[in-house]
Design a protein around this ligand. Structure first.
Ligand code: EPU
Length: 442
């Protein structure tokens, strides 16, 4: 991807459906033996991969609509309980399907998703929760084998406490409990909007999930779910990324459809930096041209704290703010690798452990850089939009996993951004040349 920086943006950007809601709702469709129509599905490589995982299980999927934003899923028959290794290891979210597969079939064999560029990302909380619900779970040869003993093969409601409010574990267990026998209570549950969207989706199919969006979720198991037509929420991280694009290029434009409430910490921090964001109606935001960017500190936290997925874009923005900022990444242990790439563009960032010290600089200058994961790649594009001259960003495949036509949307706002030939294998090797494994999955 090549970006020529220094151009102001204007107009309107249309925000797509939320990636992390779409992926888990696709898994949630396995709970239903009827037809599920899911609308506002973003056009992403990760959605494509999740579709492949579901197809491999024998599920029927059909994408249609003007931009393919409607996805029909029919899971009346799940032909196998074993998900394919090559696909699951590429996409962490596909592991979450262990919940619905186990609930439907009483047996599931899921390859472990493994670590990725941003951290080790274990699945112990998913496993312990399923065990509390009566599943026998054994991990052998890299496969998580789970089955429900007993004649009816049905999970039992349980009281589950999560050591940390994991998004994925909350979703896995919520889906599993939907078809379980009796009541399940998940304490210290994740409160992310994507968890709420999954609960709304399941409830619309006849599930009984109460309290999603709070730390205690209660699920009363039902015996079956019915067909549904459901629209996914707007992507809060895509929205936040475009807000940073507006601030970093000192531009004014509008964004919709958005859910401003889901972005509360992001908007609050941007306002602290001196950026004006106006709500125009219930689902539209306008960002105004910022005169001056002020430094601020951020700490990533589970929702409603500042989202880890916005940390890299904010680092790009703070690199150009006046003064010193401190960023503390407390959700993932290895998610500051973009700092050194931003420094190649002239930023002044020092990293110690999980903290980045950002000393604002007046200008960035274009250079070749490499995105190490999805949000890191987006941050480098944002920095490139503000940098003088040309920035070439390698690692395009990361962007395509999680941003729906990012370059096209930026072009429509007037950015000078172009796709060039795919990175060579040498570049891939470079990307993988770090201390942590880079089988990237989001
Ligand atoms: N964790 C455990 N054990 C578990 C599960 C999680 O120790 O069993 C740890 C993780 O290692 C991590 C922390 O808990 O340090 C939080 O992980 P969480 O489970 O909440 O994250 P996730 O479900 O794997 C989702 C999103 C991520 C997003 C995080 C946090 C999906 C598909 N992915 O991951 O999205 O960063 O929640 O909000 O929903 C992205 O979109 O770029 C992305 C990485």
């Amino acid at each position: 991807m090549q970006v020529w920086g220094g151009h102001q943006l204007q107009g309107h950007v249309r925000i797509s459906g939320a990636k992390n809601a779409a992926l888990v709702i696709m898994a949630g469709a396995l709970l239903c033996s009827g037809d599920c129509r899911i609308r506002n599905v973003p056009l992403l490589a990760d959605v494509e991969r999740m579709s492949q995982v579901l197809s491999a299980l024998g599920i029927i999927l059909k994408r249609h609509g003007d931009t393919g934003e409607i996805l029909d899923i029919n899971a009346s028959e799940i032909l196998t309980s074993k998900a394919p290794y090559e696909l699951v290891t590429q996409l962490r979210a596909s592991f979450f399907a262990i919940g619905p597969i186990l609930a439907r079939l009483g047996i599931a064999q899921m390859p472990l998703p493994g670590g990725c560029a941003i951290g080790a990302r274990p699945v112990d909380l998913h496993v312990r929760g399923l065990q509390a619900m009566g599943a026998e779970v054994q991990i052998e040869h890299g496969i998580c084998n789970a089955y429900v003993p007993g004649r009816n093969g049905r999970l039992q409601g349980a009281k589950i406490y999560l050591d940390s409010p994991s998004v994925g574990a909350t979703e896995t267990l919520m889906m599993a409990a939907t078809l379980a026998d009796g009541e399940t209570i998940i304490e210290n549950a994740a409160r992310e909007p994507e968890v709420v969207d999954l609960a709304n989706f399941c409830n619309a199919m006849g599930a009984e999930i109460h309290g999603a969006g709070t730390s205690t979720i209660t699920i009363v198991g039902v015996s079956q779910l019915h067909s549904i037509d459901y629209t996914i929420i707007p992507d809060r991280i895509e929205t936040g990324t475009f807000l940073v694009a507006g601030a970093i290029t000192r531009s004014e434009f509008t964004l919709s459809p958005v859910a401003p409430d889901h972005l509360f910490p992001v908007i609050a921090k941007m306002r602290e930096m001196g950026i004006t964001i106006i709500e125009e109606g219930a689902d539209c935001l306008r960002i105004l041209r910022a005169e001056k960017l002020k430094a601020t500190d951020i700490e990533t936290l589970p929702y409603p704290g500042f989202p880890t997925d916005m940390q890299a874009p904010f680092m790009a923005l703070l690199a150009l703010a006046e003064g010193d900022s401190l960023i503390n990444e407390s959700v993932f242990e290895n998610r500051l690798r973009h700092a050194s790439e931003l420094n190649r563009l002239g930023a002044d960032i020092r990293v110690k452990g999980n903290t980045a010290f950002v000393r604002g600089v007046p200008i960035l200058s274009g250079a070749p850089v490499i995105g190490t994961d999805l949000r890191a790649s987006a941050a480098l594009v944002l920095a490139g939009l503000a940098a003088e001259g040309q920035t070439t960003i390698q690692g395009l495949h990361h962007l395509d996993r999680g941003y729906d036509r990012f370059d096209l949307k930026l072009q429509q706002l007037g950015a000078k951004i172009f796709r060039v030939a795919a990175p060579s294998p040498d570049v891939e090797l470079l990307t993988n040349n770090s201390n942590s494994p880079v089988s990237v999955s989001h």
